[in-house]
Design a protein around this ligand. Structure first.
Ligand code: RUQ
Ligand code: CUA
Ligand code: CA
Length: 639
């Protein structure tokens, strides 16, 4: 039966005659299983509030044709493996940056340049991105790099924001599943901090499968952000989920949901409290400098042991008990608190960063003395973000809400004062994971926009079969009241996103001829005595044939080349167009070869000419009125 009352203005008939409430009922199963909750917070949204929000949306979100957005948004592409670039507040998708996936349009994963960057891990064609973060100087985005994790194959990638291409990928050794990822904020992003989630035996060679073995553990990882090499690893108790760094450059903190080191659901929920582990970066650096480290399982990376021994803390870490299976870990933009989100507890735990020196100096009897508040917010708190005005916004997965609360008032309430720190609860659609306010990870948090990344969209969009899009919602937080202004369907699954002011990102209009992105290819051409900007030549080297040509709209420098059947052919093309936006492509039909060649770029791709006969190649980016005519032939002679 159609339930018109609960429809979004402008939406179509309820799909398949199922009411919104019954959709919500289905969703409740997920939440109920997690926390033993009996009902999903269906909320109190009405047709009237949606209508009001929709009206608001028109004025706030509308970015007219030809107008530019105020913010860049970088979205994780989840297990699709890419990074997406959006304009905010319009939520228009501007670009996709392939990273851990294979991309037909740009040739990522197919070209020699991308394979060089992918390195040994080019054999994996999947990835699972969660956490995109922009490099910082003095606690502000410097616009240089964006880093992102790959949970699936334990990698970390770096994207150069001037060209919006991935330029480095590192596989973290001796761990499984890089999940939480955050950057050092101060004095600059020297380290990328990356949590490896799963506990594994060391060496992981089948000698044991026992997670309680003393050599079964996971590690906290620090990566040199400029070199994209491992800096150090820290062995920890329990597992690691999310993390963040502080505004002094001294501490990083991570949540652990599996302090039990269990291998099953029941086991992982056994303890009422798990913990936040805090890392003392200067102490770790000092130990490594003094040579006090070990190497693990054949790797050269310095490793220190941050586990407790006989209940005694190591010099590198402190474990702060917090309830229960905590998930997100967020540093408040005022630099004062690490906030651990309770997930199976309705609370978040506020850790005072200015008490951590005393904690490491062992001045407290109980490590929980660093906790200054533990406000109760609702069911399933996952992540918290900040508006720079003293308010925090926490997603409640099970309640399907975002709760706005005041940090100072939560601290006063913890001391026993009667204050209501909760300012507003806003229904979101549905089951939110991450949320992210504009500039929230920096000291410049400006409290304008909040993106809430909902895991379920249910009935918010036209139905697309059993697989639904996610729903990334845009909320105006500039006033006292949060207002939902936009629904944005997204493909699997943008766990997290980050917003930067548009003036913080500076991009190149066309490639520089000496860009390191294709320097390896330029180097090889030099060995063949080729001038890439002028030469159109075929070099024969035994079974290998290297074809060099230019491209300028609407023609390739070579419209024909001949090889022998079975030859390994490398086609290297330099786009000598200087005009912004005149990208060419190269596709060799029936050979699985495709690549982008943007203005002043050199791109190359290698394939086997295994079929005798004539094979057309063509330009794949519409570059000119005569784009269809931008073709050539590969003539393959019978072996
Ligand atoms: S985690 S939904 Cu992969 Cu960022 Cu929290
Ligand atoms: Cu060049 Cu189309
Ligand atoms: Ca647990």
């Amino acid at each position: 039966m159609s339930d018109k009352k609960n429809q979004t203005p402008g939406s179509v008939e309820e799909p398949r005659g199922v009411s919104r409430r019954s959709f919500l009922g289905t969703g409740a199963v997920t939440g109920a299983v997690l926390a033993g909750a009996t009902a999903l917070g269906a909320g109190t949204f009405t047709r009237e509030s949606w209508a009001a929000a929709a009206k608001e949306a028109k004025s706030k979100v509308h970015v007219g044709p030809g107008e530019l957005d105020e913010y860049y948004g970088f979205w994780s592409g989840g297990h699709q493996g890419e990074v997406r670039v959006l304009g905010v507040p319009s939520m228009r998708e501007l670009m996709r940056i392939p990273v851990f996936n294979v991309d037909s349009a740009t040739g990522w994963g197919l070209t020699n340049e991308s394979k060089r960057i992918l390195g040994d891990s080019a054999k994996y064609q999947n990835g699972d991105c969660h956490h995109p973060h922009i490099s910082m100087t003095d606690g502000k985005y410097d616009g240089k790099y964006l880093f992102i994790n790959d949970k699936a194959n334990s990698r970390v990638a770096r994207i150069r924001l001037d060209i919006m291409k991935c330029d480095k990928i590192l596989t973290v050794p001796n761990v499984q599943a890089i999940h939480g990822l955050r950057l050092q904020k101060v004095p600059y992003t020297k380290y990328v901090f990356a949590n490896a989630e799963f506990v594994i035996p060391h060496p992981n060679d089948g000698h044991t499968f026992d997670l309680q073995d003393k050599n079964s553990f996971t590690m906290f990882n620090a990566i040199d952000a400029e070199k994209m090499e491992m800096a150090f690893q820290v062995i920890v108790d329990g597992n690691l989920d999310n993390s963040d760094a502080d505004y002094t450059g001294k501490y990083a903190a991570s949540t652990c949901y599996n302090s039990e080191k269990a291998y099953d659901l029941g086991g992982m929920m056994r303890n009422e409290r798990d913990w936040v582990v805090v890392f003392n970066i200067p102490r770790i650096e000092a130990a490594i400098k003094a040579g006090k480290f070990i190497n693990l399982d054949g790797s050269k990376v310095p490793v220190v042991d941050g586990r407790k021994t006989d209940g005694k803390d190591s010099e590198f870490t402190r474990y702060i008990p917090v309830p229960k299976n905590p998930h997100g870990l967020n540093t408040s933009s005022d630099g004062k608190y690490f906030i651990a989100n309770g997930k199976l507890s309705p609370t978040v735990s506020m850790i005072a960063i200015d008490r951590l020196d005393d904690l490491f100096a062992d001045r407290f009897k109980d490590p929980r003395e660093v906790i200054v508040a533990e406000p109760e917010l609702g069911l399933g708190p996952l992540h918290t973000t900040f508006d720079g005005r003293g308010n925090a916004y926490t997603t409640l997965f099970i309640d399907s809400q975002v709760v706005k609360w005041n940090m100072d008032e939560a601290i006063r309430a913890y001391k026993g004062e009667k204050v209501n720190y909760i300012k507003q609860k806003l229904d979101v659609q549905y089951q939110p994971g991450h949320n992210h306010a504009s500039l929230t990870e920096t000291s410049e948090a400006d409290g304008k926009w909040l993106v809430v990344l909902c895991k379920f969209s249910k009935d918010r969009f036209l139905p697309t079969g059993p697989l639904h899009p996610e729903n990334d919602q845009l909320i105006d937080i500039s006033g006292e009241e949060m207002k939902l202004v936009h629904d944005g369907p997204a493909f699997a699954e943008p766990h997290d996103c980050i917003l930067a002011r548009r003036d913080q990102i500076k991009t190149q209009k066309i490639w520089s001829r000496n860009d390191p992105f294709f320097a390896g290819t330029v180097e090889l051409a030099k060995k063949d005595g080729i001038n890439l900007e002028t030469d159109n030549k075929v070099i024969r080297d035994g079974n290998k044939v290297r074809v060099y040509m230019t491209s300028m709209a609407p023609a390739y420098g070579l419209t024909e080349f001949t090889v022998k059947q079975g030859n390994e052919v490398t086609v290297t093309i330099t786009n000598i167009d200087q005009i912004e936006d005149v990208s060419h492509g190269f596709v060799m039909t029936n050979h699985g070869a495709s690549m982008e060649i943007s203005p002043q770029q050199t791109s190359s791709i290698t394939f086997t000419a295994d079929k005798a006969g004539l094979h057309w190649y063509y330009c794949s980016w519409f570059c000119h009125a005569l784009h269809m005519e931008m073709v050539g032939r590969m003539l393959v002679e019978k072996a």
